[in-house]
Design a protein around this ligand. Structure first.
Ligand code: F6R
Length: 261
């Protein structure tokens, strides 16, 4: 894992966008994995700015979402499909038809999960996957106790995650769906490069467990320790419980210019 501790969210956005741009420069048809929520917003803003300045084009890319709520109607503003369109797709040149997420209203949810796995495989797998992390240590919606070998499936959200996400539902936790479809931990680990963003003190314990704790289903993000290419982008507050923070800072400041993320 390359752990990068930066001063603030703007810098995190720039380095996250660099990671995506690096893949697109290598392959303009790169397959992107997209997260929703607050964490990747600065990355998305920076990608939008680079596309507007003609420094980057995502026109040849395809994209897959990590997860979706079960049961929200298609026109609900908080479906992850609608959120990603608002937060990213409308501000870049991605073809909206090339962005796919699992359908949380499918009549056959297990069948939808299986066909979503197949669609990712048919696209050749994800080249660069953006991730956030929950305070519970979840990645996508793989809540504590998730199998580290899990694939896309239906999960029950924890009360903590529903409380955290109530801010998107007018503060009403009861309006937050109880279930979701989520890529599994093993699905995520299949992506070739994982770029995880965490901002703020509320994520500090989860970040510590992910990077420095034992690999455990109790902190599903700790499975990232088993992946050969992970970039963890943190602000100072999210990094505040890391035991090896000084070493990570030294490593980043000594990184040669020619070395990719
Ligand atoms: C969203 C997702 C979640 C979030 C996580 C952090 O697609 O998969 O894992 O990344 O809950 O959410 P924020 O960034 O809103 O703190």
């Amino acid at each position: 894992m390359e752990v990068v501790i930066l001063e603030g969210a703007e810098q995190v956005g720039r380095v996250g966008a660099d990671a995506v741009a690096q893949h697109v420069a290598r392959d303009p048809r790169a397959v992107l994995g997209l997260a929703t929520g607050s964490s990747p917003l600065h990355v998305y803003r920076e990608l939008g700015a680079r596309v507007a300045r003609d420094e980057l084009s995502l026109a040849g890319c395809r994209a897959f979402l990590l997860d979706e709520y079960v049961g929200l109607p298609a026109d609900h503003p908080e479906t992850y499909r609608n959120v990603i369109h608002r937060d990213l797709v409308e501000h870049v040149d991605l073809d909206p038809a090339a962005v796919r997420g699992p359908d949380g209203c499918a009549a056959d949810l297990p069948g939808e999960c299986a066909s979503y796995e197949q669609a990712i495989a048919d696209a050749g797998g994800v080249d660069v996957q953006l991730l956030g992390i929950g305070a519970t240590g979840h990645i996508a919606f793989n809540e504590p106790g998730s199998s580290l070998a899990s694939r896309t499936r239906v999960k029950t959200l924890t009360r903590r995650t529903r409380l955290d996400n109530a801010r998107f539902f007018g503060g009403d936790v009861d309006a937050v769906p109880t279930h979701c479809l989520t890529q599994g931990v093993a699905t995520i680990l299949d992506a070739r490069h994982l770029v995880l963003v965490a901002l703020g003190a509320a994520k500090a314990e989860a970040v510590h467990q992910m990077v420095e704790g034992p690999v455990s289903a109790l902190w599903p993000a700790s499975a990232l320790q088993l992946h050969p290419h992970v970039t963890v982008l943190l602000d100072d507050a999210a990094a505040s419980r890391l035991q090896l923070a000084d070493y990570y800072r030294e490593t980043w400041s000594a990184k040669p210019d020619w070395q990719d993320l």
